[in-house]
Design a protein around this ligand. Sequence first.
Ligand code: ADP
Ligand code: ZN
Length: 219
Amino acid sequence: MWDVLVLLGAPGSGKGTTAGDLAEVRPDWIHLSTGDMLRDAIKSGSPVGLEAKQCMDQGQLVPDEVVMKIVSEYMEAGPTDAVYLFDGFPRTDAQAQLLDEFLESSGKGHVSHVFLLEVPEEVLVDRIAGRLICRDCGKVFHRTNMPPTKESMCDDCSGDIYQRPDDNRETVLNRLKVFHNQTASLIDYYGAKKILHRVDCLYRDRALDAILTIMGPKS
Ligand code: ADP
Ligand code: ZN
């Protein structure tokens, strides 16, 4: 069976960083980031990538069906027993419904936990505007809060570090608006199902510890 865990939060709340930290403690969980998958699609020049690029550059969401398709294809190609850690998906009510339908119709599992990463609004813009990412392994750094040891080189894999084209102040404000208008309603969607857990993500280790405490020790 599949057990699906979801990291929900505004851009800059720490979904990618927390997912990376969790990957070290729980390498058995499969990390799925739709943002990373879409960036890979853009890099490879696929039709999905071409469609996604325009939306992403403007800080808008990629259409629900497009995202659901890449997620379902990825899961169907993977193991039948797995814990999935979703980062950045679902991001709209429609995506949450499509996901539930997909899981139900395949009879392979369900969403068991949704972690809402909470950070004061005023912190988000600075986090994103200073964010740097490894082109090869996706590790997240920050110009001032978490700089790489060597300039523009990843501490983990020596890959090239870059700033995402959508991580500029203008696009960030747009993405925050999109979060409030299109994603925040998921808090109610999962709250009503009693699977939402609020996690303070102002400090990195606190979020990690909270999630591991809720999930219990490795079985
Ligand atoms: P962040 O959470 O910092 O915005 P992501 O890498 O998760 O970063 O997303 C970057 C962009 O990729 C989004 O602004 C959006 O255009 C696109 N994207 C990622 N996930 C989804 C999704 N589930 N649905 C629609 N668009 C998405
Ligand atoms: Zn790296």
